[in-house]
Ligand binder design. Structure first.
Ligand code: NDP
Length: 328
């Protein structure tokens, strides 16, 4: 048995928390030899729900679950944490302007960044899920000056997995046979799901398989707008698939991505592929040694570059709005 890993989940009393915590406690993040300590953070209104989840976790008698604790205070919730999963966020409500949404979330992710900075374990890794995830990651990292910025990420793995599923349907193969998918840009509907490097059973897609009209009119909107489709059909936003993507993201960060493949995650841009430095941007990435690496030297068409630019322009606008409010 390995040393236990401490995982703090914010918004732990919500829908994603409910779909995430049981799988984390069962060993899905770090494998069957690594016990997990769970620390659940909630706002006061959510604490009771989080306590309810803790009771149910107890009742599962998971052999790998070393402890569960509930907090309504960030400094304590992040004490000694190895993995921080930042799910809790202020949702956009009717009539709310984007500026207000950014400000409300800065009020959550700024203090959480500081609490992680001051209390988390030396090797802490952070994944931001709550929207606007890329900009919330920027705010949190800006408030954590002692933590290398490469430890902060925003989740785009659900977008990546959604794309794999659509390709699986299109080409009639299991998702496990599809490699080298890439999500670029912001975790919003400006994202660019890019199939230009995709291989099916190890073979690059042939020109005839890359039907441009299908890509433009069906595939890209299907992936980019899937969140809205889930809400329309299910009557609630995606939760189990979001939790599954969090598990995949953390698992690969610790265990590495398979040889010959990559995945997608939003990491701090240093200007790779012409993106603006200083925003959290989704890239094709590999993981090894507990670190993400942007896949280098991919060819990008002019169209791909212009699609990516639309999304990074949105990231720049979000950063500017937050900076203008004095929140960075
Ligand atoms: P969910 O658990 O369903 O979602 C939480 C966040 O995840 C939302 O911001 C949501 O964004 C975001 N998200 C990102 N990607 C996805 C995706 N692909 N699918 C669905 N959601 C995604 O929300 P609940 O309202 O059920 O629960 C939130 C909990 O957080 C509440 O219990 C609340 O009390 C708590 N909270 C905790 C805070 C804290 O710990 N400090 C702060 C604020 C809230 P979007 O809204 O855009 O769908």
């Amino acid at each position: 048995r390995n040393q236990p890993v401490t995982v703090t989940v914010t918004g732990a009393g919500g829908q994603i928390g409910y779909a995430l915590l049981f799988r984390a406690a069962a060993g899905a993040m770090f494998g069957s030899h690594t016990p997990v300590r769970l620390r659940l953070l909630e706002i006061p209104a959510g604490v009771r729900a989080a306590h309810g989840v803790a009771l149910e976790l107890d009742d599962c008698a998971f052999p790998l679950l070393a402890s569960v604790d509930v907090f309504d205070e960030a400094d304590r919730a992040f004490d000694g944490t190895d993995v921080a999963v930042l799910v809790g966020a202020r949702p956009r409500t009717a009539g709310m302007e984007r500026k207000d949404l950014l400000a409300a979330n800065a009020g959550i992710f700024g203090p959480q960044g500081r609490a992680i900075n001051d209390n988390a374990g030396d090797d802490v890794r952070i994944v931001v899920v709550g929207n606007p995830a890329n900009t919330n990651a920027l705010i949190a990292s800006a408030h954590a000056p002692d933590i290398p910025v490469d430890r902060f990420t925003a989740l785009t793995r659900l977008d990546h997995n959604r794309a794999l599923a659509q390709l699986s349907h299109r080409f009639g193969v299991d998702t496990g046979h599809i490699t080298r998918m890439a999500i670029w840009g912001n975790h919003s509907n400006t994202q660019f799901p890019d199939v230009s490097n995709v291989a099916v059973k190890g073979s690059p897609l042939a020109g005839s398989q890359l039907d441009r009209a299908w890509l433009r009119d069906e595939f890209i909107p299907k992936v980019a707008d899937r969140g809205a489709e889930i809400i329309a059909v299910r009557g609630a936003s995606s939760a189990a698939s979001a939790a599954n993507a969090i598990i995949d993201h953390v698992h690969d960060w610790f265990k590495g991505t398979p040889a010959g493949d990559w995945t997608s995650a939003a990491v701090m841009s240093r200007g790779e592929y012409g993106t603006p430095a200083g925003v959290f941007c989704s890239f094709p990435v590999t993981a090894s040694g507990g670190a993400w690496h942007i896949v280098p030297d991919l060819k990008m068409s002019d169209e791909a570059r212009s699609r990516l630019a639309i999304s990074t322009d949105e990231l720049l606008a979000e950063r500017a709005a937050v900076a203008e409010l004095g929140l960075l």
